[in-house]
Design a protein around this ligand. Structure first.
Ligand code: ADP
Ligand code: MG
Length: 332
């Protein structure tokens, strides 16, 4: 199969939103008049971001999910994406799986594949997404205000748990591994939450390299500090629910079963979570809950923005925890 037949078979589809999709020199998009374009690219490299053994449908899903997660973190609505793909060989079973996982997620978010590039080479997937947001409504990193609450969506630390099981440093029952593995290989981009937080949150970021490290980007850009509580790491959503306590999210039952120190490491610095970390004024608490409800996405309040620079993690008694948390850095 040649390059053009491959594109035709696996990546060309009729477009609805785009004026012109795959097949010409350029795609043509018509964003809603008056809206700003939000654009982001993410690259996935074999051996670096995924293993060659990963299920191709899950890989297709993840490649787009990490890009949609960036749109979510800006509060943007997805419109379209392009796919630059480098493949060692034409493997039709792989291509069929990859494109089905990719396009299923694309359809779920009304995000159309409008173009790209295909070449031979080491397996490498680069996607650029285009979204739109009303002027002034984008959630940005630089706007956290002193006194803001800090929140995290969903659960954190699950992908790291799966990674540690694969590394052989951690054991887990079959149900736990299936859950953690899905969290790692098939993350859920929090697009609905991101758009619901327009005009509610002051700053947001998606957690890809670890919660504290990514929150650190907000702090640095906003010129503020933060205190992070850890009481939310003491039990999982389901455990809190059955104890009749406020059932947010924060961590999964499998994370809650780990030692305290592992919970701290995996949840606060694990990475690959693709949850949203955001800040919002205290007066907006009800609106944050409304956004969570409306988007059917659990959120947990985990701390506050401080005028004092630096990031302090407090133990459940409110005492600072004196230890380091390393987040992921490709060149560190
Ligand atoms: P050009 O030579 O102008 O770069 P190509 O021959 O690379 O164009 O691609 C032909 C058409 O197929 C273009 O519309 C391009 O956007 C699209 N395309 C190429 N690779 C992909 C891909 N992996 N996914 C979606 N569209 C693709
Ligand atoms: Mg080309």
């Amino acid at each position: 199969m040649g390059e053009f037949e491959l594109i035709e078979r696996y990546f060309k589809r009729p477009t609805q939103k785009a004026v012109l999709g795959v097949g010409d020199d350029c795609a043509l998009l018509a964003p809603t008049p008056g809206m700003q374009l939000a654009i982001s690219s993410d690259m996935l490299v074999e051996g670096r971001h995924f293993l060659s053994t990963v299920d191709p449908a899950r890989l297709g899903h993840k490649a787009l999910a990490v890009n949609l997660s960036d749109l979510a973190a800006c509060g943007a609505t997805p419109i379209a994406f392009t796919l630059a793909l480098s493949l060692p060989r034409v493997d039709e079973a792989w291509l069929a799986g990859f494109s089905s996982g990719l396009l299923q997620l694309a359809d779920a978010h009304g995000c159309e594949l409008v173009g790209g590039d295909t070449t031979q080479g080491p397996l490498n997937i680069c996607i650029t997404v285009f979204g739109e947001v009303p002027p002034g409504d984008a959630l940005l990193r630089h706007n956290a205000q002193v006194g803001d609450d800090i929140y995290i969506s969903g659960t954190v630390g699950d992908a790291r748990l799966a990674l540690e099981v694969f590394r052989g440093t951690q054991s887990l029952d079959a149900a736990g591994l299936e859950f953690a593995r899905l969290r790692m290989e098939r993350p859920t981009p929090r697009v609905a939450l991101g758009t619901a937080l327009r005009g509610v949150a002051n700053a947001a970021i998606d957690v890809s390299d670890g919660l504290l490290g990514d929150l650190g980007h907000i702090l640095k850009r906003s010129g503020v500090g933060a205190q992070i509580d850890t009481a939310w790491l003491q039990s999982s959503n389901t455990q809190r629910h059955s104890a009749g306590l406020e059932a947010d999210a924060g961590i999964s039952p499998w994370l809650a079963a780990l030692s305290w120190n592992k919970r701290l490491d995996y949840a606060l610095a694990g990475g690959d979570d693709y949850e949203l970390c955001f800040t919002a004024p205290v007066e907006q608490r009800e609106m944050v809950h409304a956004a969570a409800w409306e988007s059917d996405t659990p959120v947990t309040r985990i701390g506050r923005i401080t005028a004092q620079q630096g990031l302090v993690v407090l133990d459940p008694h409110g005492q600072p925890i004196a230890r380091r948390f390393a987040s992921f850095d490709h060149f560190a």
